[in-house]
Design a protein around this ligand. Structure first.
Ligand SMILES: *[C@@H]1O[C@H](CO)[C@@H](O)[C@H](O)[C@H]1NC(C)=O
Ligand SMILES: *[C@@H]1O[C@H](CO)[C@@H](O)[C@H](O)[C@H]1NC(C)=O
Length: 346
């Protein structure tokens, strides 16, 4: 067991985690995400301490091949004696077994890759071995916050892992009938949020603008009219999203278009929503997956704040080079990784 490994690493003066990943064809999308995850402090430590082995439950190691390979790769990135780039080919063999769409060496969408990878890792280290059975109790009579809590418990009774601890939050969507005022709410877990970019007549679009647009009330009318549960007929309704439970790691995907350039990533922003008193909490940016060029022929890089050194580095496949935080702020972004810093806990 390499339990002591990470402690000795942290004491070491040598910079660690600054190892590039070889491109195996057009696999920069994979390299970019792997570097963002390697710089995700808690996930890195989970791998360095081999904690995943304690979470395999009924799975034997052979059945957790993706997690094993991911942990091995992370360990290599953080313990490698030289800073020479390494090949992620053993890892790639496992991810394509889990998700055959990653077979071959073509360019793929980095965010989609992240979703499949986190899902695969979660399934292998899910602490739940027997899912509860029986019909789900009706929660509609409960106040919203209580319903949200119960829905979350129901989710955790089935999906409970280190990956869920870190990345999953809960989204509330409410639909209010403009006719009778009846409001129905639904709570869903989310692994990341895809943010559309608002059209702005002047000035730069900020990330906060994107979040505001995402959580703004939206009127559903005409062909989009939903059926009101109370009126039992199709009505004009107001729809709204709220973040009910903030994840520890918030992954934001920016839905950029040719006409709207992606917003600059702010170094931090407050975590707040009506239903959660988190006024002291802020999210701080620690990793970015950047996409340049066209959708099909583009190139992915990553910039990450090294959790041990606190400094930013740019990862362009095999090459790792230092960069300033002001460069990060002035650059475009595709997938943003934010960590929740709760001031009351510090
Ligand atoms: C990020 O991507 C943009 C294109 O979207 C590109 O112009 C820029 O050079 C990239 N930045 C870095 C630091 O890789
Ligand atoms: C990444 O490296 C390639 C090859 O050296 C270079 O052409 C490209 O400009 C680099 N991209 C970024 C965003 O730094």
């Amino acid at each position: 067991y390499s339990f002591f490994l990470c402690f000795s690493q942290q004491n070491s003066k040598n910079a660690q985690g600054l190892v590039g990943l070889r491109n195996l064809g057009n696999t920069c999308f994979m390299n970019s995400i792997l570097q963002c995850l390697s710089n995700t402090h808690d996930l890195r430590d989970y791998c360095l301490r081999n904690c995943h082995r304690g979470d395999l439950g009924g799975n034997c190691r052979a059945k957790a091949a993706l997690m094993e390979e991911f942990a091995k790769l992370t360990q290599t990135l953080w313990t490698s004696a030289s800073n020479e780039a390494i090949s992620p080919s053993d890892f790639k063999t496992q991810i394509q077994k889990y998700a055959p769409r990653f077979m071959g060496y073509n360019q793929q969408d980095a965010q989609e890759f992240l979703r499949f990878l986190l899902d695969g890792l979660h399934n292998e280290v899910n602490r739940v071995t027997v899912r509860p059975r029986g019909p789900a109790e009706d929660l509609d009579h409960l106040p919203d916050d209580e319903k949200g809590k119960r829905m979350w418990s129901r989710y955790i009774e089935r999906e409970d892992s280190k990956v869920v601890d870190l990345f999953v939050g809960q989204l509330k969507s409410s639909l209010t009938c403009n006719e009778c005022g009846f409001c129905s709410t639904v709570f869903d877990p989310f692994w990341d949020l895809s943010l559309p970019i608002p059209k702005k007549s002047s000035g730069e679009v900020s990330l906060i603008d994107c979040i505001r647009l995402f959580t703004k009330e939206d009127v559903l009318d005409g062909d989009e009219k939903p059926t009101c549960q109370k009126c039992k007929s199709r009505r004009k309704c107001t729809k709204k999203f709220t973040i009910q439970k903030f994840p520890k790691i918030l992954v934001l995907r920016i839905l950029s278009s040719a006409t709207c350039p992606a917003p600059r990533p702010p170094p931090n922003f407050p975590a707040s929503a009506e239903s959660q008193p988190l006024s002291n909490a802020v999210y701080s940016l620690y990793a970015v997956s950047n996409h340049s060029g066209t959708t099909l022929g583009g190139h992915y890089t990553a910039y990450c704040r090294n959790p041990a050194l606190g400094e930013w580095y740019s990862y362009n496949d095999s090459r790792v080079s230092p960069m300033s935080s002001s460069q990060v702020r002035s650059s475009d972004a595709y997938v943003l990784f934010y960590e929740l810093a709760t001031s009351s806990r510090m």
